[in-house]
Write a protein that binds this ligand. Structure first.
Ligand code: NCD
Length: 392
């Protein structure tokens, strides 16, 4: 039986994402706090006897606390390695060895790592399911599940909604997982990058060639907002969006090596005064560091703290599903996933061109054989198996 891992939002089919959101909703209904409709206030015993290991090689507050809180609410136990300086990684231990060993201690691994593709390496060596809690600038699939749940609860169906993503679209992994999911659910995506922080080329290529999005350039969006550099519409759509239903704000990812921080947009009541934003739900994966004014928190459009609260039922749902402990619901025990995963090619003579790919980490080289997939961007195009960058 193949294990299920969630290293990318694209490891889950649309139906499976629906199952996670359905179960999250059921948890909120059964275990919700009567005083706060977005808060889990009670526990269950669904995962009694199971152990989650959280392996965090990068700082985290929300993600780790909500995973660990979710497992506690499910009646399970948590073991944690949250400080890479205090773990064996500092002695030179490879990720492959760490996850092999952690698989003997726990039933589910949740991993965060500064390198793109790290969760995929972990999944290759783990004997239990792996959840990616953020790998470098690659993806953060469980944040996207929280984002989709928040949008659904406040705006209804995702199909046809216009979601603008603003800020560091280059280094922000939450944005990468989110745009893939939005494209797959038929939403319109508008990009509003800070200067020099556009979506990475491989993400933009995938939106167009793999998810069938139609690209509209900025000149067709000038009536919408001066910061809009492009829009990705669902297949068949042609009209430029006229208003923004959701504004997804992100911080500058200073830890991802971007050179400078010039003209970073600041979202406040003034920024949101044009009619296009009149009904916009404002979300942010948090933490914020100046790009979203605290004075805006009392505005009816501010949804980010409710969004953070929803991390709990969503992570409970995914955890219960991966441990096959959810009543009447399960994920197929197969590789699954939305992507028609193309054949993998071993190319020992080729190296991934992304310097932050896990395959470029000297500690990991012996366990990360160079592997590539065919890229739908064109005949002969290849994509790194681990970090998913196109290979030039
Ligand atoms: C995000 C992350 O770690 O990518 N935080 C989170 O998990 N909510 C966003 C960020 O750090 O900017």
């Amino acid at each position: 039986m193949k294990l299920r891992h969630v290293t990318s939002i694209n490891d889950l089919t649309r139906d499976e994402i629906e199952t996670v959101l359905f179960l999250a909703d059921a948890f909120l209904k059964q275990l919700g706090d009567p005083e706060d409709p977005n808060r889990i206030g009670k526990s269950t015993h669904l995962c009694r006897g199971s152990i989650m290991a959280t392996l965090f090689y990068e700082p985290s507050t929300r993600t780790r606390l909500s995973f660990e809180g979710a497992m506690s609410r499910l009646g399970g136990n948590v073991i944690s390695s949250a400080n890479s300086a205090a773990s064996s990684a500092a002695k030179g231990e490879s990720l492959a060895d760490t996850v092999r060993m952690a698989s003997a201690y726990a039933d589910l691994l949740v991993i965060r790592h500064p390198r793109e593709g790290a969760a995929t390496v972990a999944a290759q060596y783990a004997g239990v399911p792996v959840i990616n809690a953020g790998d470098g600038a690659h993806e953060h699939p469980t944040q996207t599940l929280c984002d989709l749940f928040a949008i659904r609860r406040e705006k209804g169906a995702l199909q046809g909604l216009t979601v603008a993503v603003l800020g560091d679209l280059k280094g922000g992994r939450t944005v990468h997982s989110l745009v893939y999911a939005l494209a797959r659910f038929g939403a319109h995506i508008v990009t509003m990058p800070a200067s020099g922080m556009e979506l990475p080329r491989h993400v933009a290529l995938r939106l167009r060639h793999e998810f069938g999005s139609i690209f509209l350039p900025s000149k067709q969006l000038s009536a919408l907002h001066p910061l809009a550099t492009g829009a990705y519409l669902p297949p068949g759509a042609t009209a430029a969006p006229q208003k923004i239903d959701v504004l997804y704000v992100t911080r500058f990812q200073k830890e991802r090596g971007a050179p400078s921080l010039l003209d970073y947009p600041v979202v406040n009541a003034d920024f949101l005064s044009p009619p296009a934003f009149h009904e916009a739900l404002v979300l942010h994966p948090l933490p914020r560091v100046g790009e979203l004014a605290p004075a805006f928190d009392t505005d009816r459009r501010a949804g980010y703290f409710r969004q953070a609260s929803l991390g709990m039922p969503v992570r409970m749902a995914l955890t219960a599903l991966l441990l096959d402990a959810a009543p009447d619901q399960s994920l197929e025990p197969s590789e699954g996933g939305f992507c028609q995963k193309s054949e993998t090619r071993r190319e020992t003579s080729l190296a991934c061109s992304n310097p932050n790919c896990i395959t470029r980490d000297s500690q990991e080289i012996p366990n990360t054989e160079p592997k590539f997939r065919h890229d739908p961007a064109g005949p002969g195009a290849l994509r790194c198996f681990y970090c998913e960058h196109e290979v030039t």
